[in-house]
Design a protein around this ligand. Structure first.
Ligand code: ADP
Ligand code: MG
Length: 261
């Protein structure tokens, strides 16, 4: 079932096409990686889906409903979540308080009005923390957590809003390779049962090939390749973009060449 359908999406900045006629589909429960060299248009695509940028032309439909023209908050209400939406108070609150805040804000979104309750969704918050492996850290201040643990809390916060679609722009930036794989494997476990679609960008080709169901490759705003890891890895245009030669593409070679995606 198609969750997100992007059709002929374009965005120009002062006449320069940052995103140029891009179309793709994302199914519920699917992990779709958006990759491409720096400046390819990945973040611009993300910011059009979440409503922060207005497309020059094209359509973005979530469950058949047009998102173009709606405000970011409305799009969030319709079920488009993001990691990296950390509140300014994040560090001063405990792990569980941050998740409780997200649950409260979801309730306000649904019912308009929030009635204070003693429990503050403590059980549901704890259940989410168990799922991301952070239950034993519930009472600690977020400010003292290790970086990888902050990422797990961010995931719990994103899930508290029960998104249909989760946007993750470079979710593993700054993490060690082992941690990157762990975070994406955890993301997979959490979204599959909930049928959440995930659109993510990622620098490490190893991580992308290991965890994405489908990849789309952008170069200078244009979609140049699409498919599973095998298809994209063997695509001549992709090899050219990343290596500038006809050389066979491997993640190792890309790393040695200092290529960042
Ligand atoms: P990526 O995330 O793939 O690195 P971006 O989407 O950030 O790429 O950028 C795509 C292109 O659009 C780049 O050439 C960038 O300089 C340009 N661009 C992005 N945002 C703006 C902006 N707000 N104003 C002008 N140009 C922009
Ligand atoms: Mg970017």
């Amino acid at each position: 079932m198609t969750l997100l359908r992007v059709t002929n999406l374009s965005k120009s900045f002062d006449g320069v096409k940052a995103v140029d006629d891009v179309s793709f589909d994302l199914a519920a429960g699917q992990l779709l990686a958006l990759i491409g060299p720096n400046g390819a248009g990945k973040s611009t695509c993300f910011n059009m889906v979440n409503g922060q940028l207005k497309p020059s032309s094209g359509s973005i439909r979530l469950d058949g409903v047009e998102l173009v023209g709606r405000r970011p908050r409305e799009i969030w209400r319709m079920g488009v979540g993001r990691t990296f939406q950390i509140a300014a108070t994040f560090n001063s609150m405990t792990v569980i308080e941050n998740v409780q805040m997200a649950l409260v804000s979801r309730e306000r979104r649904l019912f308009g009005l929030w009635k204070p309750s003693a429990s503050w969704h403590a059980d549901e918050a704890m259940a989410l923390l168990e799922q991301v492996g952070m239950a034993e850290h519930a009472g600690r201040a977020c400010g003292v957590l290790a970086y990888g643990d902050v990422k797990r809390v961010e995931l719990a916060i994103a899930l508290a809003n029960r998104p249909k679609l989760l946007l993750m722009d470079e979710p593993t930036a700054g993490m060690a390779p082992g941690e990157r794989n762990e975070l994406m494997a955890l993301t997979r476990r959490l979204v599959t049962g909930r049928k959440i679609g995930v659109l993510f960008t990622e620098h490490s080709m190893d991580v992308v090939f290991a965890h994405a169901d489908k990849l789309i490759v952008l170069a200078r705003g244009r979609l140049i390749a699409e498919g599973d890891a095998q298809t994209v890895r063997n695509d001549a245009r992709v090899q050219e973009v990343y290596l500038g030669t006809g050389r066979s593409f491997t993640p190792r070679a890309a790393l040695e060449d200092g290529v960042t995606l």
